[in-house]
Design a protein around this ligand. Structure first.
Ligand SMILES: Cc1cc2nc3c(=O)[nH]c(=O)nc-3n(C[C@H](O)[C@H](O)[C@H](O)COP(=O)(O)OP(=O)(O)OC[C@H]3O[C@@H](n4cnc5c(N)ncnc54)[C@H](O)[C@@H]3O)c2cc1C
Ligand SMILES: NC(=O)c1ccc[n+]([C@@H]2O[C@H](COP(=O)([O-])OP(=O)(O)OC[C@H]3O[C@@H](n4cnc5c(N)ncnc54)[C@H](O)[C@@H]3O)[C@@H](O)[C@H]2O)c1
Length: 449
């Protein structure tokens, strides 16, 4: 084995959070080792946010073209997956090549190491035969993998996860999706718009179960798939196509099967016990400076604070400032935004009404269907959606909101500011909202409080 190499910082995992932390620490002049066993950039650019949003963009273009009759004449729509697959391969992922991302990190002065890192002791990390000793910080940013539920017959079949779905160059005729969360819903709508017969199997009683019930209703009405809720898969068999037996005795079949039943942090084989942490933990618990242990910081999906790219970036920023001794605000999760990119987009921030009622005594809700607003009326076809605000009336501030609609992901920005900055509801109610915008509906929802 080579000698131990002494450095300032080792970052394990160069996904969204790790790359941000490693790059900034290197740019600040520290001696940083960044370790990545797969692609620098992680899930988001290669199999997550970016390619799936390219798919969504393509599906939305088809849907908008199909709305032309009745609005603007006639249109013939002939979906073709080839340009989508090409765009993903050439523009989003460089054919799943991370040279640009590696160069981005090394140009900041970081040292890149390709391989799987294991922790061997406090500040100590081994990659292959080389061991590193970090005097200042160890940053764990190892992200998540798709959870594969222990369903009889599933293991060993050629099921898809998000990775195979993103890499697909041709589409199946039919697709069964296990799980109706964000991943299941986004893929379902896109593939359905390209002509695939999609069936979603969701164990709980509604899709997008973590969001407002109205969000689930809107999603179910627009996705274009057969949606089976309250049933679980009990058995999977593969004989050219897939047959999934369900807990109610029925079965569904599809040419392909996509497993989208959640994500699990990659922590199991990291060696956490060697730094005094529980190796069986689901997520790494941190303080508000993202410290998980002495001179150990954790950022991104592994912290369990919301598996979103913006959360990984946010936590990386806090960890970097703490490691560099720069101070500044600590982590505050009250105004966590999220957007499910179906059409209509479902933006949300903070608490749902049910979450608010479970922890607060004086909660009021304001709600307006988007079709009742001037802009929703003008928009016509494709105007599904609503705006819902959740208020803590004791403090006179919003604690949560949902904006579902054609610009739902953009509308939530205004309400994220309101929740984050605790803008008094009376101030929001006296605001002037431009006419006729979708976001003017926020004023209507506030009036309904
Ligand atoms: C289909 C899909 C769509 C999504 N869409 C969105 C979206 O629209 N908006 C949004 O905000 N979020 C979205 N997400 C979530 C987003 O991709 C993640 O929240 C984000 O990638 C998390 O970043 P991370 O750095 O924590 O982890 P990751 O991106 O998972 O990166 C972790 C990295 O660590 C590496 N690694 C793990 N263990 C080791 C080890 N021992 N040694 C070396 N390297 C290791 C991995 O190879 C990986 O590259 C989506 C996710 C999926 C799956
Ligand atoms: N637009 C975005 O920002 C975006 C998009 C995709 C993913 N993501 C992130 O990735 C995370 C993971 O997404 P996801 O959709 O895989 O997970 P999820 O946890 O959001 O949803 C998984 C769903 O699968 C269901 N389920 C679990 N086991 C099941 C089973 N055996 N049979 C039937 N249903 C089952 C659950 O009830 C749940 O509704 C999201 O929570 C989000 O943080 C974000």
């Amino acid at each position: 084995m080579d000698d131990v190499r002494n450095v300032d910082v080792v970052v394990i995992g160069l996904g969204v959070g790790g790359e941000e932390a490693a790059g900034r620490l290197a740019a600040a002049g520290l001696d940083v080792i960044g370790v990545e066993h797969n692609l620098v950039g992680g899930e988001c650019p290669y199999w997550g946010c970016i390619p799936t949003k390219m798919m969504v963009r393509a599906g939305s273009a088809l849907a908008e073209a199909r709305r032309i009759p009745g609005l603007a004449g006639a249109a013939t729509v002939e979906p073709d997956w080839a340009p989508v697959a090409r765009r993903i391969r050439e523009q989003a992922t460089d054919d799943w090549n991370d040279k640009v991302a590696v160069d981005r990190f090394t140009s900041k002065g970081g040292t890149f190491v390709r391989g799987r890192a294991t922790i061997t002791g406090p500040g100590r990390v081994k990659v292959g035969e080389q061991e590193y000793a970090a005097s200042r910080a160890l940053v764990v940013a190892t992200g998540t993998v798709a959870v594969i539920p222990p369903i009889d017959g599933l293991a060993g079949t050629p099921y898809w996860t998000n990775r195979e779905a993103v890499e697909a160059t041709t589409l199946p005729e039919s697709l069964v999706i296990l799980g109706g969360g964000a991943i299941g819903c986004e893929f379902a709508q896109v593939f359905a718009r390209f002509g695939v017969q999609v069936t979603i199997i969701e164990g709980s009683d509604r899709i997008l179960a973590m969001e407002e019930p109205e969000s689930s209703e809107v999603a179910a009405s627009v996705i274009g798939a057969t949606i089976r809720t309250g049933v679980r898969a009990t058995n999977v068999s593969h004989d050219g196509g897939f047959t999934v037996q369900l807990s109610d005795g029925s079965s569904v079949s599809g040419e392909k099967l996509l497993v989208a039943t959640g994500r699990a942090a990659r922590l199991g084989d990291l060696g956490l016990d060697r730094i005094g942490l529980d190796p069986t933990t689901r997520f790494l618990t941190t303080d508000d400076r993202m410290r998980a242990a002495d001179r150990v910081w954790a950022v991104g999906d592994v912290t369990g604070n919301g598996a979103f790219t913006h959360m990984a970036m946010y936590e990386a920023d806090i960890a970097v400032r703490d490691i560099l001794g720069q101070g500044g605000p600590g982590a505050d999760y009250r105004a966590r935004p999220r957007v499910t990119f179906i059409d209509p987009e479902i933006g949300a921030v903070g608490l749902t009404a049910a979450q608010a009622r479970s922890s607060l005594t004086n909660v009021r809700v304001g709600h307006v269907p988007l079709g009742h607003t001037s802009r929703g009326f003008v928009h016509g076809p494709g105007n599904e959606g609503f705006i819902k605000v959740v208020a803590d009336m004791d403090r006179g501030v919003l604690v949560g909101a949902t904006t579902a609609g054609p610009a739902g992901g953009e509308m939530i920005g205004a309400l994220a500011v309101a929740v984050h900055a605790e803008v008094p509801i009376t101030t929001l109610q006296s605001q002037i909202w431009a006419y006729p915008t979708f976001h003017r509906g926020i004023g209507d929802a506030l009036k309904a409080l």
